[in-house]
Design a binder for this molecule. Structure first.
Ligand code: UDX
Length: 496
């Protein structure tokens, strides 16, 4: 098929590259000429695994770039709208970019096209789109509007597209449904997964990608409801984590117990400083606005947002409790991006925590594998030093804070961290470690939904070791920790 993709941000560029990958001829459009020029030069403006390879593979072949909506529309059978739908002051989705593109598409229509809304939009946007296209001169019968929401997670967007849990297509006529089925056929038939050059992905449970074909409104609702449910799941487990911490339980073990129920599942049950990013915060607000407009009470979403915001302030309290006054304290911080495997810092909980720490007069040394360039645009220069790795962040600091769940932050040489810190304190907002691993390295470890782990005397190379008080219960609890690691003889002795 010949496809136009209007908007080359996170969703548009990944979608365009993946449509080319599965065999379509794609023109991706952006009104930012500099971005289009960079793409034509072979640059990849966003940090996404596999995206550079796909762009390199298809650039100039099945994938071309343009700044002209008209040109792209006239050469295509299907036109995907993937422009931003940011949050407005009232919490509703701002659809002005969608409407602007719709009027350009209307002016360009010279033959029947399928216009596809792929940006995350509130239910009934498809009706507004039809109305807008007609108002801007598109003759009826010359277009149909389809909803095809994306379920791409930043950091795994390419494999989320090519190996989806499900493709959702919302069509209100048979002809456009046939076009959409043809577009996704390489995935729904399984043909793509037999290709030698396919993007590698292990463990995909489907021989053929599942597809849900419904009407446009239902597809729009599926998207908002999916994101709202995932955000709710995160806030739910964070609320449980706070109870767990209050009663001395271990939230990681509670999650293992909850998640083993196949109706619940263990994914998206990671307690921490909460969710961020360009989707969940915006989509939960937008969905609540939709409910209000329909006079349906969805107060649950207000609670989801409240719990999420409270997680950050609870974490700050944990830092104060560990360090007393923060003014003048030097804090090592790991993480700026809103989650691991991305450079995106939009609505990042890490950024929010750092801003609050700076307001209390702390000095920050921060490292993030991909988010530092974007964070510099958001954070004040004063009080923040960007360093080249985790150990430089720990060097000479009063404590080390972990705010983003990068895999490399979960594999530190803890004894080295201990030797670099001024005080042996780690405050983990993403529960990346089993408490006993921290104790063994001689670190005091504060985390979410679990008791604080105290340092166990680190056996010196030779000679006597200062005994560190260690409550038997906490050692026993540690040894039974989720990692289930055998506690060393020394700990076992303490545990008696
Ligand atoms: C999300 C949806 O997952 C995706 O389907 C949709 O298309 C876009 O929005 P994304 O925002 O990229 O994707 O990231 P996601 O992996 O969902 O994480 C969102 C936030 O939740 C991050 O801040 C992450 O740190 C946090 N999170 C995630 C938790 O706090 N706990 C969890 O268990 C999972």
């Amino acid at each position: 098929m010949k496809i136009a993709v209007i908007g080359s941000g996170y969703v548009g560029l990944v979608s365009a590259a993946c449509f080319a990958e599965i065999g379509h001829d794609v023109i991706t459009v952006d009104n930012d000429a500099a971005k289009i020029a960079a793409l034509e030069r072979g640059e990849t403006p966003i940090h996404e695994l596999h995206l550079p390879d796909l762009l390199a593979r298809h650039r100039g072949g099945r994938l071309t770039f343009s700044t002209s909506v008209q040109d792209a529309v006239r050469k295509s059978e299907a036109v995907f709208i993937t422009v931003g739908t940011p949050q407005s002051e009232t919490g509703e989705a701002d659809l002005s970019y969608v409407e602007a593109v719709a009027s350009e598409i209307a002016a360009a229509l010279d033959s029947p096209k399928v216009v596809v809304e792929k940006s995350t939009v509130p239910v009934r946007t498809c009706e507004w789109l039809r109305q807008s296209l007609a108002l801007n001169g598109a003759a009826s019968g010359k277009f149909s509007v389809v909803s095809n929401p994306e379920f791409l997670r930043e950091g795994s967007a390419v494999t989320d597209f090519l190996y989806p849990d499900r493709i959702v297509v919302g069509c209100d006529d048979a002809a456009s449904a046939a076009v959409m089925q043809a577009i996704y056929k390489p995935l729904t038939s399984g043909e793509y997964y037999a290709e030698q050059t396919r993007v590698p992905f292990e463990g995909y449970p489907h021989a053929q990608a599942p597809i849900v074909v419904t009407n446009a409104k239902s597809a729009e609702l599926i998207k908002h409801a999916s994101n709202a449910f995932l955000a709710m799941k995160i806030s739910f487990i964070n609320a449980v984590a706070n109870i767990s911490e209050a009663v001395g339980a271990d939230i990681q073990q509670v999650c293992a117990g909850i998640g083993s129920d196949s109706r619940i599942g263990s994914r998206f049950l990671n307690a921490g400083i909460g969710y961020g990013g360009s989707c969940f915060p915006k989509d939960v607000q937008a969905f609540r606005a939709v409910a209000e407009q329909c006079n349906c009470d969805f107060g649950l979403l207000t609670e989801v947002m409240r719990i999420n915001a409270a997680q950050r302030s609870r974490f700050l309290k944990k830092v104060r409790n560990a360090l007393w006054t923060l003014r003048g304290k030097q804090l090592g911080v790991l993480g700026l991006a809103f989650k691991g495997d991305t450079d995106d810092v939009r609505e990042s909980p890490a950024i929010a925590v750092i801003e609050a720490l700076l307001k209390e007069g702390a000095q920050i040394k921060v490292y993030d594998p991909a988010g530092m360039a974007n964070a510099r645009k958001l954070l004040p220069a004063a009080g923040v030093t960007y360093v080249q790795d985790e150990y430089a962040a720990a060097q000479g600091c009063d404590a080390l804070l972990i705010l983003t769940e990068w895999a490399e932050f979960a594999a530190l040489d803890l004894r080295r961290v201990r030797s670099l810190l001024k005080y042996p304190i780690v405050i983990d907002g993403r529960n990346l470690y089993a408490p006993h691993a921290m104790s063994e390295a001689g670190l005091t470890y504060h985390s979410i939904g679990r008791a604080t782990a105290q340092p166990v005397a680190v056996a010196a190379a030779a000679g006597s070791v200062g005994r560190v008080t260690q409550s038997r219960e906490s050692v026993a609890a540690m040894s039974a920790g989720p990692v289930g690691r055998v506690v060393s003889e020394e700990h076992a002795e303490l545990a008696k």
